[in-house]
Design a protein around this ligand. Structure first.
Ligand SMILES: [Zn+2]
Length: 86
């Protein structure tokens, strides 16, 4: 779980609940409570949002490869097969 920092004191906070803000759940509001109850104890909402993908999921990579392979000529496919499975 990602660390949440209290915007008031800079201390650690815990996520008390998560509310999806879109259908896929890639944007969510996190209700958080500062763990420094003696000196701060703030309760606040922060937003978590998906940004971008570094490595695509395996299924996507396989699909990309299959799409590319399907565009090769028969000779190119045979050449690829020889290179891959020698
Ligand atoms: Zn705090």
């Amino acid at each position: 779980m990602a660390k949440v920092v209290c915007p008031h004191c800079g201390g650690n906070a815990r996520i008390a609940s998560r509310s999806k803000m879109n259908d896929k759940g890639t944007i969510a509001n996190l209700r958080c409570q500062c763990l420094d109850a003696d000196n701060c104890g703030a309760i606040f909402v922060t937003t978590q949002a998906y940004s971008h993908t570094i490595t695509p999921p395996i299924k996507s990579t396989q699909q990309i490869c299959m799409d590319l392979i399907s565009r090769l000529s028969k000779d190119e496919k045979q050449e690829l097969q020889r290179d891959l499975f020698v």
